[in-house]
Design a protein around this ligand. Structure first.
Ligand SMILES: Nc1ncnc2c1ncn2[C@@H]1O[C@H](COP(=O)(O)OP(=O)(O)OP(=O)(O)O)[C@@H](O)[C@H]1O
Ligand SMILES: [Mg+2]
Length: 1107
């Protein structure tokens, strides 16, 4: 959705009226009241048409923020409340978009805020114009020129702590896009008299105080200055410190600004040297000295200061000293030197100081211009900003005030011309009939001052150039003659008798009725100041300085360019420069800022009506409003006008389809506005009287209220209706939900009741059935019981009968058997007694044996030879048979087991048997070895390439290949060795390299000794005197001792047919070379786990601790 643009207008939220043109009634009081009202509400800006009145708030207001800049950017002048930014924006846009050169004329008296206003305009333009590195540098240089010029050209006065003591006009140049290219600054008449003397309560130029407060000790020393202000005669002491001004910090700002503007270090240095020289000049003092020829002469009191100045400026001391004592006048190739008396010497000193400083200031402006000059030659658009001293009326007004006020007269003149011209042009442009307006034209005053023949300036020049004695009084006399009849000139001595008795007008004064009020000028000093004389000796002395800047400041001192013509006077110079300025301004579109000072105390919130009234009068602001209103007070383009008032007429509200002008015509007709009250221009409607506008505004306000009520009404109706509909809809929804819920509940209740009733009935029915069934069952059971009882009785009766019958039958059979037995026994008694006893015995025994074997057959144990089970003996008399049978069975199953063996297995078992015979019950290690199969070749020598050499050296079959530890006889430590047993030899080889260390034929092995304990130590004893026995017996240890000993025993037996002696003892002797060492086995601790440790105890004892 497109953002809705809110159209605002100057007329919205007004405090008083924002544009004085709309003031009703228009008079001085209402004008001031309006300003005051606005000022009290912090509205310091008010318009008169396109002119901005600015009242100095003397406090910082939050209306210059970047947000404000954005607010005013690209907005119509009358769209927002009055602001200096609106004027700046208007000027900048018309420069950029309509290609019109602009000038911004800022006027007002001292302290009214002109300089601040000019800076605000510049900073606004800088903020809204183009951006980019190059453009920003230009902007920065333009802005930074201000602090430099303010430091050298501003001073504290009683009216303003930062009063500009020079006039400044700055042209800012832009390219076609509106990007700044550079600028040119012109300066007007620096108040140089301030350098040597300041009125009470005022200061010299800021820079002097800034140097002394802000420069480092080092720098001060270089400039031969001291920090103490009181050391310098030129510095007014009574207000050396200004409240709220930090001179030291400002000094840093100025130096920084100079750097940004583009001053080289040596230039800055030279500038400060000149400033220091000026300051020190004030300390040169003279004393009178009478000469023989009666002429007065002066002499410098203390030459030290002079010496330092000369050192600082590179001037020859004697040259400067002479220039302060003599004056050379050249006339017609003749040089005449006269001595200077003390007063003349002081005059010369001050003139030099003033000239040095003012020329330095002009040089600074030129130098800044050089830096900020536009670099390109393209066509430029120009915006000029004029910040020039305002109208001045002091108690004592001198030449300076005269000049300044003249300048203001000229500005007023141009203001009148341009304002009226513009107004007129607009009427012509819009095709509106022009009516003449009466206003005061100050051209007559300008003429009084600047007329080439009879003007005051012309007369002053004439006096200055006239040969003979010229004084200020002769000048006044001349004025009295020439200007006597001028209506704006007043003098006691004029030929016009009007002022003869005016005691307020002293004899040495003349008064001019400026447009801004009457000003009385003291004629004293006019001639001197106009002459602005610097003795030639001094300018020549300066030119001779060994200081490039000072030399450049005094070009007339060059003897080669000696010019006998007098230099132009100060007055004529000023007149010329003002004329140039006026010409320049006339070519541009003017924008006015009229600054007003609300009080004399530099205080915020104080509005002095009388003071403001005075300024309004001399600035001619009321006339300004009248001129603006003479024709038509208000004008506005058709579109915004229609937009603003279209709601006042049914035909134009809410939409007007057609040209805006026709719409406005319809609107005005409908509203019945008298025809003389407005005129239709080409693009604007012109309203003659503010009353009409206010009527329109009131109608609009009323209509807006009505519209608001209407909108509110409709909105409320709509809101209530929608609310009602919503409620209705909701109510139905709620009701339906509730009904549903209620019905659900009711249904649930009925359902549960039905279920209860149903369950009762079902229960009742079930109980009834149950009762019936139970009854039936009982009947059945009773029948069954009765039947059972009956059957039982029947059965028992039958059983009793059967038992009785069986008893009887049995009794018959027994009796029969007894009787038969008796009969048989009687018959066979004679045969039985002879051999029946033995036969029965044999038969019984036979039966028993048969039973024994048959039972044994079933109880036989397994065929494993190690199965110890054997069934228990059943009859005592078979005990020995049973044992014998067990032995036979065991032998039989052993044979059976042996029969399964292969030859190899047989060999293994033979070996195991051998081991058993040798070690069983003798060595504690033996039982653990029974389960281990004997492998022989634990080390696979043939497969490991490392042992290839060893393998090659032993060509017989290897019976044992195993790693054993060889016990060092010296310390009992073990070394790994490969133990090889072949058919004929025992070999020991290095484990790493496989090199054979010893080789012993089996025939040389006499005995093997070992302990009875659970260790693997064993000694191989060699035959004394044999080849291998040289080093002594071997004491070794192996994990497979039983296997090794067995295999060694068997191999020796098969090779030598002799049984190897195996000694099992816990103490045996071992031959180590010549010595016999006893190896003793003791029960040791378990410190090292299960590993036996071997320790050499002494020469004869090696102790093996077996855990
Ligand atoms: N818009 C403003 N906002 C706040 N303070 C202001 C404003 N304008 C002026 N001032 C205050 O008033 C003082 C005087 O203003 P400024 O130096 O601009 O006067 P001026 O008209 O240039 O006087 P002069 O003719 O003596 O140079 C400023 O130093 C500042 O303190
Ligand atoms: Mg100023």
């Amino acid at each position: 959705m497109a953002k809705m643009e809110v159209k605002t207008s100057l007329l919205d939220n007004m405090i008083g009226v924002g544009d004085m043109v709309l003031l009703e009634p228009l008079n001085e009081d209402s004008f001031i009241n309006n300003l005051k009202k606005r000022f009290d509400h912090s509205e310091v800006y008010t318009y008169i048409g396109s002119v901005v009145i600015s009242i100095n708030p003397y406090r910082s207001l939050p209306i210059y923020t970047p947000e404000k800049v954005e607010e005013y950017r690209n907005r119509n002048f009358y769209e927002l409340s009055p602001h200096i930014f609106a004027l700046s924006d208007e000027a900048y846009r018309s420069l950029r978009d309509q290609d019109k050169d602009q000038c911004i004329l800022i006027t007002g008296e001292s302290g009214a805020g002109k300089t601040e206003a000019s800076k605000l305009v510049m900073s606004y333009v800088a903020a809204v114009c183009g951006k980019g590195a190059e453009v920003n540098q230009v902007k920065e240089q333009l802005l930074q020129s201000n602090p430099v010029l303010e430091a050298f050209g501003n001073a504290k006065t009683v009216r303003n702590d930062n009063s500009s003591r020079f006039g400044k006009y700055m042209d800012i140049e832009f390219d076609f896009k509106g990007d700044p290219l550079g600028g040119v600054i012109s300066n007007y008449l620096l108040e140089k008299s301030r350098v040597v003397k300041q009125p009470r309560g005022e200061r010299n130029f800021h820079i002097f105080y800034q140097i002394l407060s802000g420069a480092s000790e080092d720098f001060l020393c270089k400039l031969k200055l001291e920090r103490d202000f009181s050391r310098y005669n030129y510095l007014g002491l009574d207000s050396a410190k200004v409240n709220g001004v930090d001179d030291a910090a400002n000094f840093r700002t100025v130096r920084n600004a100079m750097q940004i503007v583009g001053f080289m270090d040596h230039e800055t240095q030279s500038v400060f040297e000149v400033v220091a020289a000026v300051l020190k000049l004030g300390n040169i003092e003279f004393k009178p000295e009478s000469r023989v020829n009666g002429l007065d002469e002066s002499k410098i009191k203390d030459k030290n200061e002079l010496k330092e100045i000369c050192e600082l400026t590179g001037i020859d001391q004697s040259v400067l000293e002479r220039a302060f004592s003599f004056r050379t006048v050249e006339a017609k190739q003749e040089k005449v030197s006269t001595t200077l008396n003390v007063a003349q010497a002081y005059y010369a000193r001050d003139a030099l100081a003033k000239n040095l400083y003012s020329r330095l200031f002009s040089w600074l402006v030129t130098r800044i211009n050089e830096s900020i000059k536009a670099q390109t030659k393209v066509r430029k658009k120009v915006m000029g900003v004029l910040d020039i001293y305002g109208f001045e009326i002091f108690e004592d007004n001198s030449f300076e005030q005269f000049i300044i006020n003249y300048c203001n007269e000229k500005l007023q003149q141009i203001f009148i011309e341009l304002t009226l011209k513009e107004e007129q042009e607009e009427y012509i442009r819009e095709g509106i009939e022009w009516t003449h307006i009466e206003y005061f034209n100050n051209a007559i005053i300008c003429d009084l001052i600047e007329n080439n023949q009879t003007g005051i300036l012309a007369m002053l020049d004439e006096e200055c150039l006239r040969p003979g004695t010229v004084t200020d009084d002769t000048f006044l006399e001349k004025l009295n003659q020439v200007c006597a009849t001028h209506q704006h000139f007043e003098s006691r001595m004029s030929k016009c008798s009007r002022f003869l008795n005016d005691t307020s007008l002293p004899h040495s004064c003349f008064r001019i009725q400026h447009y801004a009020g009457k000003v009385m000028y003291q004629v004293e000093g006019f001639v001197d100041k106009n002459n602005d004389l610097l003795y030639r000796d001094l300018s020549q002395a300066m030119w001779k300085a060994n200081h490039s800047l000072i030399k450049a400041l005094f070009p007339e001192g060059n003897p080669a360019k000696i010019n006998l013509k007098r230099p132009p006077t100060a007055g004529s110079q000023f007149k010329a420069s003002v004329a140039t300025l006026m010409k320049n301004l006339q070519t541009k579109n003017p924008n006015y800022i009229r600054c007003i000072k609300p009080n004399d105390k530099k205080a915020a919130h104080v509005f002095n009506d009388a003071l403001v009234c005075h300024q309004i009068r001399y600035l001619g602001l009321l006339e300004n409003v009248r001129v603006r209103r003479a024709g038509y007070a208000f004008r506005q383009a058709y579109e915004p006008c229609l937009e603003r008032y279209k709601m006042l007429c049914k035909q134009t509200w809410p939409h007007w389809r057609g040209p805006a002008r026709a719409g406005v015509e319809v609107l005005f007709n409908e509203l019945e506005i008298p025809e003389e009250e407005f005129s239709f221009g080409r693009s604007k409607i012109f309203i003659r009287n503010p009353r009409t506008l206010f009527k329109l505004e009131d109608l609009r306000k009323q209509r807006l209220e009505d519209l608001a009520t209407l909108i509110e009404k409709i909105y409320r109706g709509w809101k209530c209706r929608t609310h009602f509909l919503l409620m209705k809809k909701s109510q139905i929804v709620i009701a339906s939900w509730y009904r549903r819920y209620a019905q659900q509940k009711k249904y649930q209740k009925i359902k549960s009741s039905a279920i209860i009733v149903q369950s009762y009935i079902r229960g009742w029915k079930a109980r009834k059935l149950l009762r019936e069934l139970k009854h039936q069952k009982r009947c059945n059971e009773a029948a069954t019981v009765i039947a059972a009882y009956w059957h039982g009785t029947q059965a028992r009766r039958e059983l009793k009968r059967l038992k009785e019958e069986a008893r009887r039958k049995h009794a018959v059979a027994v009796i029969w058997a007894y009787w038969l037995g008796l009969k048989v026994r009687r018959e066979y008694r004679k045969f039985f007694r002879a051999n029946a006893g033995r036969k029965i015995y044999e038969f019984t025994l036979q039966r028993l044996m048969q039973k024994y074997f048959l039972e044994m057959k079933n109880k036989m144990p397994s065929l494993s030879p190690i199965d110890k089970n054997w069934p228990a003996r059943p009859y005592l008399f078979l005990d020995s048979t049973h044992k014998e049978l067990k032995r036979i069975f065991h032998l039989w199953r052993c044979k059976k087991y042996r029969d399964q063996f292969t030859d190899q297995q047989k060999l293994i078992y033979e070996e195991k048997l051998e081991a058993s015979e040798l070690f069983k019950d003798k060595k504690a290690l033996y039982p653990a070895s029974v389960g281990q199969p004997f492998q022989g070749a634990y080390l696979e020598i043939s497969k490991n390439p490392k042992y290839k050499k060893l393998k090659d050296a032993v060509d017989e079959k290897i019976i044992i290949a195993e790693v054993v530890n060889k016990i060092n006889r010296a310390n009992g430590k073990a070394t790994s060795r490969i133990f090889l047993l072949t058919k004929n030899n025992v070999l020991l080889a290095d484990q790493k390299s496989g090199n054979i260390k010893s080789e012993v034929p089996l025939g040389d092995v006499t005995k093997v000794s070992m302990s009875s304990q659970n260790d693997g130590f064993f000694a191989v004893h060699l035959k004394e005197g044999s080849g291998a026995a040289g080093k002594g017996d071997f004491l070794l240890s192996s994990d497979h001792l039983i296997e090794m000993a067995t295999k060694l025993y068997r191999t020796t037996l098969s090779q030598t047919k002799q049984k190897l002696n195996i000694e099992i003892s816990d103490e045996f002797l071992v031959q180590f070379r010549q010595d016999k060492v006893c190896v003793k086995f003791i029960q040791g601790s378990q410190k090292n786990g299960n590993i036996p440790t071997c320790k050499r105890k002494n020469n004869r004892l090696l102790e093996v601790a077996v855990p």
